[in-house]
Design a protein. Structure first.
Length: 139
């Protein structure tokens, strides 16, 4: 679903969008851990794409579709739950480990696309391998 967005802005409480049809929708910053912990300057450094909003520095994405769901946090895909629960995990680095484009992983995370069971397993394997490598670290 392509949503025709004409304006995106972030205030102290919400990420806001306005559609070409004049609809204004907002999502609370407090509902997204990576945004919640960001500085005001970091929140303002976003890029608007065809399907959503991306914060490169924060490694966070919000899909435009999410602004139109009843409760975006309640129906977040498994991938979003993992990255929201463990903000230390870099989405771009995991995408690289899996051998996919970061924007594809972002679409999975935002619920724009659903990964196949095989792709979901590849992402899970990459996360488990990272965990194993971290367990092997000796300081």
């Amino acid at each position: 679903m392509i949503i025709d967005i004409i304006r995106v802005w972030v205030d102290n409480v919400y990420v806001n969008i306005e559609t070409k049809q004049g609809q204004v929708r907002s999502l609370a910053i407090a509902d997204f851990r990576l945004l919640q912990n960001a500085t005001s300057d970091q929140l303002q450094k976003f890029e608007v794409g065809k399907f959503g909003i991306h914060w490169e520095e924060l490694d966070e994405d919000l899909s435009f579709e999410g602004f139109f769901k009843e409760n975006p946090q309640e129906i977040a895909p498994e991938i979003a739950q993992v990255f929201n629960s463990f903000p230390e995990i870099n989405q771009s680095a995991i995408a690289k480990r899996v051998g996919i484009n970061q924007s594809l992983l972002a679409k999975y995370k935002c619920g724009i696309l659903n990964p196949t069971p095989k792709r979901l397993k590849e992402i899970e394997t990459a996360l488990h391998e990272l965990g194993g490598e971290l367990l092997a670290v000796k300081l």
